[in-house]
Design a protein around this ligand. Structure first.
Ligand code: SF4
Ligand code: SF4
Ligand code: FES
Length: 259
């Protein structure tokens, strides 16, 4: 036996330890053993699923990965974002990649920013029974009942502010006994608020003017005629905004900012 003989034993022990960290989960009724450190999303991939729907940002932002799950013996349906929720032993999992909620069509420019607009486009808002299931279902810890109550009261600004963190996952609507579409009511309020109630952001107006003045056309033309290899080099050399940058951060190289 060579000097390196003990290594396989160590490796075997390591494998055994790793195997202990596997937990069973059930995906649409079928059992898979997955590492206990994975999120539901990664566990699905570990189990061999390819995520072609119900998966976007993987960072808790896009709301595409709304998931429902239950534990054996429990009556309660739990909810979460698949990219943010770590697997637990014996979870029964199903994803709701799309919730077909009511969605009004409108021209935000011509709508008055008043409560009556919400009432006209989503009259079902008055059917809310105040059960609070929406708030308990929200993976973003939003007081959903709170902003729906403000919608009933006609306070557009309060709905907009109260729903600011909504990622449109649809989990609240999926569980609402009054069939509200909380997230669509909320985004209507935020659009009304942004378009009609708050002053226009000066930096945004300046950026739009720069685009209209073709300030970026030269840079875009250059990029379009750059080779793939050169693009890769440019990408690697790109100055990335630090995670904790304040609102006044700008890159050192301002050549393509249109300033
Ligand atoms: S789940 Fe529906 S009925 Fe219950 S409080 Fe929320 S919006 Fe109202
Ligand atoms: S308010 Fe509803 S749609 Fe928005 S994040 Fe919460 S559960 Fe998802
Ligand atoms: S994939 Fe975007 S929130 Fe989960």
């Amino acid at each position: 036996m060579s000097k390196t003989a003990p290594k396989p034993k160590k490796a075997a022990a390591k494998d055994k330890a790793a195997a202990k960290q596997l937990v069973p989960i059930f995906v649409m009724g079928k059992r898979y053993d997955v590492p206990d450190s994975l999120t539901i999303q990664k566990a699905l991939e570990h189990a061999g699923y390819q995520l072609v729907r119900g998966c976007g940002c993987r960072g808790g932002i896009c709301g595409a990965c709304g998931t429902v799950f239950r534990y054996p013996g429990g009556y309660r349906i739990d909810v979460g974002l698949a990219c943010q929720t770590v697997v637990q032993p014996n979870m029964y999992i199903a994803q709701i990649p799309f919730f077909p909620g009511n969605k009004a069509a409108y021209d935000i420019e011509s709508l008055p920013a008043v409560g009556a607009t919400i009432a006209a486009l989503y009259p079902e808002v008055f059917k809310c029974v105040g059960c609070g299931t929406c708030t308990r279902s929200c993976p973003m810890d939003i007081d959903v009942l709170g902003y729906i109550s403000k919608a009933i009261q006609g306070d557009v600004a309060a709905v907009a502010e109260g729903s600011f963190d909504c990622v449109m996952c649809g989990l609240c609507a999926a569980r609402c006994p009054a069939e509200e579409v909380q997230y669509n009511i909320a985004i209507l309020a935020r659009r009304l608020y942004a378009r009609h109630l708050v002053p226009q952001a000066k930096h945004l107006a300046a950026a739009v003017k720069a685009v209209e003045g073709k300030a970026f056309d030269k840079a875009i033309r250059e990029l379009k005629t750059t080779s793939v290899d050169e693009l890769k080099k440019l990408y690697k050399a790109l100055e990335v905004e630090p995670d904790m940058a304040d609102e006044f951060w700008t890159p050192k190289n301002k050549a393509h900012l249109g300033e």
